[in-house]
Design a protein around this ligand. Structure first.
Ligand code: ADP
Ligand code: YYY
Length: 230
C-alpha cells in the first residue's frame, strides 16, 4: 500500500473510544474549513453489513474473504456526516451496542485493514484543501506524513461517563464495554512517536478544538485554505 501525497493540510487525530476524536475532529474541520474523515465509521459500516449478512464476525477467514464486497461510502462534510452501505444510509445503525461489541473483531483482520486503509488514503489524497482524519492508526499507518498528529486521551472514567450520557446508557456497563474494546483495539492504537499527547479529562470540547486548531495554524503557517476563524 503506497502513501498518497495530499496537497492540503492533513491533521491526524487518534485515540481510544470516547476520548472525543469525532467531536473534536468535526469542530476543527469546521473552524479551519477542512474536510473530515471518520475511519471508525468505515469499520463500523463493514461490521454492520456482516451482521446483516448473518456472517460470524469471529470467523477471520469469512471476514477476510468478503471484506471488499459491500460498497462503503462516508461523507467528508463535517456539517453533514453520513455513512452508507450499498447506497443505504446506516449512520445510526452503525452506533448500536451490537455493532460496537463486534467491530474490533472485524477491524483486526489484516485483509479488512488493507482494504479500508487504501480507501482512507484515497479520500485523504482527494481532499485538496486538507482534511482532519480520525481513528486509531491515522498518524502511524494511514497518513504518517500528516503535518499535525494528535493523540487524544482522557481518563477511562471520564470517557465512559461522556459516552454513557450521549447514548443514555449505564456508566458502569459502558466503562466495562469500553475496557474490553480498549484491550481488543490495542494492537492498532499506538501513539505515533511524533504525535502530541492531549489529555482531555479536564478540558471542555471547545478547549480541545481551540488547542488543535491553534496547533494546526502554527504548523501550517496560517496556510489553511478557507480558514473560517478570522
Ligand atoms: N472535552 C470534552 N468534554 C466533555 N464532553 C466531551 C468532550 N469531548 C467529547 N465529549 C463528549 O463525549 C462523547 C464522546 O465523544 P466522541 O467525539 O464521540 O469520542 P470518540 O470519537 O473518541 O469516540 C460525546 O458525547 C461528546 O460530545
Ligand atoms: N482507524 C481505525 C478506526 C477504528 N478502528 C476500529 C476500532 C474501534 O473499536 C472501531 C470503531 O471505531 P470508532 O472510532 O467508531 O469508535 P469510538 O467512536 O471511538 O467508540 O473501529 C480501527 O481499528 N482503526
Amino acid at each position: 500500500m503506497g502513501v498518497s501525497s495530499p496537497r492540503g493540510l492533513v491533521i491526524a487525530i487518534d485515540g481510544p473510544s470516547g476520548s472525543g476524536k469525532s467531536s473534536a475532529s468535526k469542530g476543527v474541520a469546521r473552524a479551519l474549513g477542512l474536510r473530515y474523515l471518520d475511519t471508525g465509521a468505515m469499520y463500523r459500516a463493514l461490521t454492520w453489513w456482516f451482521i446483516a449478512q448473518k456472517a460470524d464476525t469471529s470467523d477471520e477467514a469469512v471476514i477476510a474473504a468478503r471484506a471488499a464486497e459491500p460498497v462503503i461510502e462516508v461523507s467528508a462534510d463535517p456539517d453533514d456526516p453520513w455513512t452508507r452501505v450499498n447506497g443505504t444510509d446506516v449512520s445510526l445503525d452503525i452506533r448500536t451496542v451490537q455493532v460496537s461489541s463486534q467491530v474490533s473483531a472485524v477491524a483486526r483482520v489484516p485483509a479488512v485493514r488493507e482494504h479500508l486503509i487504501a480507501r482512507q488514503r484515497a479520500i485523504i489524497a482527494d481532499a485538496a484543501d486538507g482534511i482532519v482524519a480520525e481513528g486509531r492508526d491515522i498518524g502511524t499507518v494511514v497518513a504518517p506524513a500528516a503535518q499535525l498528529k494528535v493523540f487524544l486521551t482522557a481518563d477511562p472514567s471520564a470517557r465512559a461517563r461522556r459516552r454513557a450520557a450521549e447514548i443514555s446508557a449505564d456508566t458502569a456497563e459502558t466503562e466495562a464495554a469500553q475496557a474490553r474494546r480498549d484491550r481488543l483495539d490495542a494492537a492498532q492504537s499506538e501513539k505515533a512517536a511524533d504525535a502530541l499527547l492531549l489529555d482531555a479529562t479536564d478540558l471542555t470540547l471547545e478547549q480541545v478544538i481551540d488547542e488543535i486548531a491553534r496547533l494546526a495554524r502554527e504548523r501550517s503557517g496560517l496556510a489553511c485554505a478557507g480558514d473560517k476563524s478570522s
